[in-house]
Design a protein around this ligand. Structure first.
Ligand SMILES: [Zn+2]
Ligand SMILES: [Zn+2]
Length: 336
């Protein structure tokens, strides 16, 4: 197919300033990269943290976006696992060195020299992008590109967060019921867990949404659940929720933060941590997380609630996300 010379991209010149609709050259793949024509790109809370300057080392100018679904239109000479015309997903983890101590022991999510899509590499708020084929994934055929985009970060990070809460849990609390939560709640229900959903106080619409997805209980984040939880996943970037979640867990309870950024966690009495409760965080993802999650999602099947925006309304999408106005996940729909 004919690859154009130029493309539209929504570019962040610097944090805090609106993304600017810009004409850029279509990038050319290096030997390890595929060129992807982007059909859909999810809008993730991490994009908002980068946009707001809370993650402090973005490349500039930057094309945000790391939940990319599209089609391979050109391949570098070392690319063996994708062909022109195939569907492809590009996630947050864009590159690892493969040689540091973390990579060598299977923790590539903690790599000392990583690259991240839509942060240190240009991402998916554009018509085209290049990506290292070793970090890309085939997409499950039962989803459209728009449906699958939120699975590529909200789903993957949600899944890793859930997995770090341990296998033998029955009652799992989810604090902050947005994109990641609504996906992982479906997986948890499918696996026979009881899901307790905590939303912004008074947000009865989201509580109802959580119940429709199978939560046995939904309430405000300032409420105590009717029973103590075995684990809690915290997706809202609000430090005090880590303490609320700890308070809601039983002995041995694990509280996992799924976010890349969070406001400060206030001091709390040791009694809340006592009895082998634990606080943890999730950083990034491994390729194995993606393989497992993309295998389980169609079996559930996970259904993504989506609000779509055209590419040139990326600023509106970020604003709605910031104000908690998106039920489920926001997705930029790019090629027509
Ligand atoms: Zn490494
Ligand atoms: Zn993300």
């Amino acid at each position: 197919m004919e690859i154009p010379e130029k493309m539209h991209a929504m570019v962040m010149e610097k944090p805090g300033f609106h993304l600017v609709d810009t004409i850029l050259p279509v990038p050319r793949p290096n030997p390890d990269q595929v060129l992807v024509q982007i059909n859909a790109c999810g809008v993730c809370r991490t994009d908002l943290h980068i946009f707001d300057g809370e993650l402090t080392h973005p490349k500039l100018q930057l094309v945000l976006g790391h939940e990319i679904a599209g089609k391979v239109v050109q391949v570098g000479e070392h690319v063996a696992n994708f062909r022109v015309g195939e569907r492809v997903g590009v996630p947050w983890l864009g590159y690892t060195d493969g040689t540091c101590a973390y990579c060598r022991r299977g923790q590539e999510n903690l790599c000392d020299h990583p690259e991240f899509t839509g942060y240190t590499l240009n991402g998916g708020y554009a018509e085209y992008t290049v990506a290292d084929h070793r970090y890309c994934f085939p997409l499950p055929p039962s989803y459209t590109d728009t449906e699958v985009a939120p699975l590529l970060c909200a789903g993957l990070i949600g899944y890793r967060t859930y997995r770090l809460a341990g296998e033998n849990i029955e009652r799992v609390g989810i604090y902050g019921f947005g994109a990641a939560a609504h996906i992982i709640a479906q997986v948890a229900v499918y696996q026979g867990k009881q899901v307790y959903a905590f939303t912004r106080p008074g947000d009865t619409a989201t509580q109802e949404f959580a119940r429709r997805l199978g939560a046995v209980w939904a309430g405000g984040s300032d409420d105590m659940p009717p029973v103590l939880l075995d684990a809690a996943l915290v997706f809202a970037p609000v430090g005090p929720l880590m303490v609320s979640a700890l308070r809601a867990t039983a002995k041995g309870g694990i509280v996992v933060s799924g976010g890349i950024h969070m406001s400060d966690i206030p001091a709390f009495p040791y009694d809340l941590l006592w009895e082998e409760r634990a606080l943890k965080s999730v950083a990034n993802l491994t390729r194995q997380d993606a393989i497992e999650f993309l295998e389980i999602a169609p079996r559930v099947p996970v259904k993504t609630a989506i609000e779509t925006f055209p590419l040139d309304q990326a600023n509106e999408a970020l604003t709605r996300l910031k104000n908690g106005k998106i039920e489920g996940a926001g997705v930029l729909v790019i090629s027509s």
